[in-house]
Design a binder for this molecule. Structure first.
Ligand SMILES: *[C@@H]1O[C@H](CO)[C@@H](O)[C@H](O)[C@H]1NC(C)=O
Ligand SMILES: *[C@@H]1O[C@H](CO)[C@@H](O)[C@H](O)[C@H]1NC(C)=O
Length: 210
């Protein structure tokens, strides 16, 4: 048993070392669990050009959501060819009046505006807010880990593409992270400046308990 585990770990380490140094690519094999270095590689003999193509970013996402935005992800889980390559790209649709709530990722993001007008920005760790109106053709960078947001201020839906320098960038929204779980309301109240009724409203909105 111990030998088996050590052998499996060693095999995984070998495939990860290969993924970053001596192979051209490492299309994810979901038969194995993810590790900090990504997934092990599928056998290249089974791969075709189709494995390196993701279709679907031409289709608008459904923005009938709490904040009025939709993100269509081309990340490792949806596009396994990205495994180990340290990048991803996604489609962002924001309805009229909608926004992407303040959130952060493990890595940096660049946004390319295609349609509409938004205010986008990020907040430095010194609490300086860097925000601006973006229109078609504008790009903006959101540096790694910093809180950032997008707000549709136009009269039409906004369309943008975002690329992040990880195949699995993570997405953590500040408000829903506080409320969409079983963290006791009294704790939420004490670690914010919200009052009890505001905490209850957040819990209801995001499906939290306690
Ligand atoms: C992958 O290729 C190997 C060798 O050609 C073959 O034995 C195996 O069945 C293939 N696996 C899949 C999932 O197609
Ligand atoms: C969009 O999502 C809403 C809420 O989940 C749903 O009611 C609606 O049918 C969806 N629209 C489309 C076109 O899928």
């Amino acid at each position: 048993m111990g030998f088996l585990i050590i052998f499996s770990v060693f095999s995984l380490l070998v495939s990860f070392a290969s993924a970053t140094s001596v192979v051209d690519f490492c299309v994810a094999d979901f038969n194995y669990p993810v590790t900090p270095a990504g997934y092990p590689c599928r056998d290249p003999v089974n791969l075709t050009a189709d494995d390196f193509v993701f279709s679907g970013l031409g289709i608008p996402g459904n923005t009938s959501t709490t904040f009025g935005f939709a993100i269509t992800l081309a990340i490792d889980r949806t596009f396994p060819a990205l495994n180990g390559l340290g990048l991803s790209i996604s489609r962002l649709d924001i309805a009229v009046g909608g926004s992407v709530p303040v959130h952060s990722h493990r890595v940096s993001e660049v946004i390319l505006m295609v349609e509409g007008t938004i205010i986008a920005g990020f907040i430095g760790s010194d609490n300086v807010a860097y925000y601006r109106t973006l229109n078609r053709g504008d790009i903006m960078i959101f540096p790694h880990t910093l809180l950032h947001f997008q707000v549709n201020i136009g009269n039409s839906p906004a369309l943008a593409f975002v690329s992040l320098n990880s195949q699995s960038p993570g997405f953590q929204t500040t408000t829903s992270s506080l409320a969409a779980n079983d963290l006791p309301s009294d704790v939420v109240r004490r670690i914010t400046v919200l009052d009890a009724s505001q905490v209850q409203r957040l819990k209801r909105t995001f499906g939290g308990t306690n």
